[in-house]
Structure formats: C-alpha cells, structure tokens
Design a binder for this molecule. Structure first.
Ligand code: ATP
Ligand code: MG
Length: 140
C-alpha cells in the first residue's frame, strides 16, 4: 500500500467541502490513514513550498495557504501518489474545468492558486510531506 500526503486547502475548507472531499477520496479507494486540521504559519508555508521560492506566484500562494485552516491527510492506496494526482486533476482549476470536469480541482477550486487540494508529486515527496505534517507517525 503506497501512501501520499493530501491537503484540503483553505478555500475548500472555507466552502465547507472538507467532508465531501474525504468521502470522494474513500469512494475512489483511498484509506484515510490519518487526518488533522491545522493553520500554517507564514514560515511553515514558505518551508512547505520552498521549491517555488522566487516565482511570481509565491507570495500569493503563501498568503492563500495561511489564510485559514486546512486539512492534512495521509492517504493509502495502491499507486496512491499517481492516483491522488489523477483525482485532483490539472493544477489550475480553470484548466481543470475544461479538461477534467469531474476532478477535485474542477469541482472545488477557483483559479490557478486557489485550487482546493494538494497531492505529493512523488513517493519521495510523499515521505517528506507526511513527516512535515505528521512528525508523530512512523516513516514507511
Ligand atoms: P500542489 O503542489 O499544490 O499539489 P501542483 O503540484 O499541481 O500542486 P505546483 O507546481 O507544485 O503544482 O504548484 C504548487 C501550488 O502553487 C499550486 O497548487 C498552486 O496553488 C500554486 N501555483 C502553481 N503554479 C501557479 C501559477 N502559475 N500561478 C498561480 N499559482 C500557481
Ligand atoms: Mg506540487
């Protein structure tokens, strides 16, 4: 069973969609192995998205990710990393609505930054990101 880190971002939490997204995840074969709600500080958000430091959208991304509570989830499934990114769909919610209207980012996101969900992009990222949000869990 592979694990990935999923986030329900502050826009979707604010819109009251957290439970619905978790139910869709379970209906799509993911086990919700752990979940917690938390608010990111500016410093923690900058650390989480360190790979994007210096890009034009970085300040807006950090502002958005610190704008309210989010849910962090450890999701387990066969091929979890790729499957969760498939369920989320394209990064930009406007593109997602054109290309994959039933994906999570089409259903629950707004634009290029406010896109409802996050998923790790590799198994190495998943391990790092699970440790970032769930330091109390045993590594894989
Ligand atoms: P995530 O890492 O959140 O799962 P992703 O891997 O699809 O998304 P990344 O390229 O890692 O996309 O970008 C991280 C986040 O930064 C995106 O989810 C989005 O919120 C924001 N973002 C990425 N590219 C842009 C952009 N061109 N304009 C505005 N915001 C962007
Ligand atoms: Mg990414």
């Amino acid at each position: 069973l592979e694990r990935t880190l999923g986030l329900i971002k502050p826009d979707a939490v604010r819109a009251g969609k957290s439970r619905e997204i978790m139910q869709l995840a379970e209906l799509s074969g993911f086990q919700l192995l752990a979940k917690k709600t938390l608010q990111l500080s500016q410093e923690r958000a900058e650390e989480f998205y360190a790979e994007h430091q210096g890009k034009p959208f970085f300040p807006g991304l950090v502002g958005f990710m610190t704008s309210g509570p989010l849910y962090a989830m450890v999701l387990g499934r066969e091929d979890a990393v790729k499957s969760w990114r498939g369920l989320m769909g394209p990064t930009n919610s406007l593109t997602a609505r054109e290309q994959q209207p039933t994906c999570l980012r089409a259903l629950y996101g707004t634009n290029g930054t406010q896109n409802a969900t996050h998923g790790s992009d590799s198994s190495a990222s998943a391990n790092r990101e699970i440790a970032f949000f769930f330091p109390e869990l045993q590594p894989d």
